[in-house]
Write a protein that binds this ligand. Structure first.
Ligand code: PMP
Ligand code: GLN
Length: 382
């Protein structure tokens, strides 16, 4: 977990948010919205606090939120999930990932992920003492090569961790890729762990939860979170669904990480998960239009832009503007144009930076006026 110089290092998100705060630059680095989400969700939390939901909730989450998660899986994906035995509420997707990896993985085991990968994956795999095996996603389409995916599996593969929709590329992974993942997990007897925190933020393409594919149900831990869907990243309410024996094992670890969290936010997120389909469609459409403002603006400013299918982020290549080192450019961007982004090199292993060196991730989960101002500023780079 040490930085390049061997000293404890903050995450790239903390680093870049601090840079934005220190310089007053527009923060398109760390992915968090600058507006509140659905009013019903906020009001439900206020009511829950006033109503006394202020002590430890049950260890697996409030029965009502677990029921809402099960209803959500049935409504959106046709899954039959037992709210008492197959759902665990967690402190964000992050705790679900941590508890799952610590519960399932032993030193010497291998964990397969795509690369670039969300930064916590690398750290958690190391904390679990496991070996991280990566499958590259490369320009121009950032989809995995089937041969690379097959080559990543071995008899030591314990977990394959699949993030779709994907951070930082914004790709919705195609169902053929997911089918190959399931086939390989069956062949090597691995557990599939998914990270679907952007499940409701697909504005192009359709998100397919891996657990819905044949053969996946009995070996899949599906992880999601409320932060992105309802603009409540600070509430840290996440959950996982899995077969009872896996939930049992993961709960055993989770009880010693946070024990429980977010008593008044759990009923509020249950309210959110039960909102009508049209609300969810509106959330994705809103982000799609914001994505267009940023992606079009970056292209006009001279970047090569990877158009995302989903999520909060767009990847822009600064090489056409003469910048080959995105990390150095990100540190200079506040001074040059008053904008903060995150170098994609933060999502790859230090020895795998080739091919990603000139890429920057910018967040578009911001108000339109903020995105328009950011784009106008970035045009000054040319
Ligand atoms: N997974 C991915 C892919 C993410 O981008 C994030 C953060 N936005 C998380 C997990 C963490 O989610 P949470 O805040 O619910 O812990
Ligand atoms: N998931 C958010 C991102 O990718 C950041 C969360 C964090 O700061 N750890 O920007």
């Amino acid at each position: 977990l040490l930085g390049p110089d061997g000293v404890p290092a903050p995450t790239v998100f903390a680093e870049m948010s601090a840079l934005a705060a220190a310089t007053g630059a527009i923060n398109l680095g760390q992915g968090f919205p600058d507006e509140d989400g659905p009013a019903e969700v906020l009001e439900a939390a206020v009511q829950a606090i006033r109503g006394g939901a202020n002590q430890y909730p049950p260890g697996r989450g409030t029965p009502d939120l677990r029921a809402a998660v099960a209803e959500h899986q049935a409504r959106w994906y046709g899954l039959d999930v037992d709210p008492d035995r197959e759902v665990l509420v967690t402190a964000g997707a992050t705790e679900a990932l941590a508890a799952t990896l610590l519960a399932l993985v032993e030193p010497g085991d291998e964990v397969v992920t795509f690369e670039p990968f969300y930064d916590a994956y690398g750290a958690l795999i190391r904390l679990a003492g496991a070996t991280h095996v990566t499958v590259p996603l490369r320009a121009p389409d950032f989809l995995p090569d089937e041969a690379d995916l097959r080559a990543a599996f071995s008899d030591r593969t314990r977990v394959v961790l699949v993030n779709t929709p994907h951070n930082p590329t914004g790709r919705v992974l195609p169902v053929e890729v997911l089918r190959t993942v399931v086939e390989l997990a069956e062949q090597f007897d691995a557990v599939i762990v998914t990270d679907e925190v952007y499940e409701h933020l697909a504005f192009a393409g359709t998100h397919v939860p891996p657990v819905t594919l044949p053969g996946a149900r009995e070996r899949t831990v599906s992880i999601s979170s409320a932060g992105k869907t309802f603009n409540t990243t600070g509430w840290k309410i996440g959950w996982l669904t899995a077969p009872p024996a896996l939930v049992e094992a993961i709960t055993t670890v989770k009880q010693y990480l946070t024990f429980v969290n977010g008593a008044p936010f759990q009923p509020a997120i249950a309210t959110g998960l039960r909102l009508p389909d049209a609300v969810f469609a509106g959330i994705a459409a809103d982000l799609g239009s914001k994505q267009a403002i940023l992606a079009d603006g970056l292209a006009a400013a001279g970047f090569d832009v990877l158009r995302p299918d989903a999520g909060y982020f767009v990847i822009a290549d600064a090489a056409p503007l003469g910048h080959d080192d995105a990390r150095a450019l990100c540190l200079e961007l506040p001074r040059l144009v008053g904008v903060v982004g995150v170098p994609v090199s933060a999502f790859v292993r230090p020895d795998h930076v080739d091919g990603y060196r000139s890429l920057i991730r910018f967040a578009f989960c911001k108000r339109r006026s903020v995105l328009e101002e950011a784009v106008a500023r970035l045009a000054g780079l040319a």
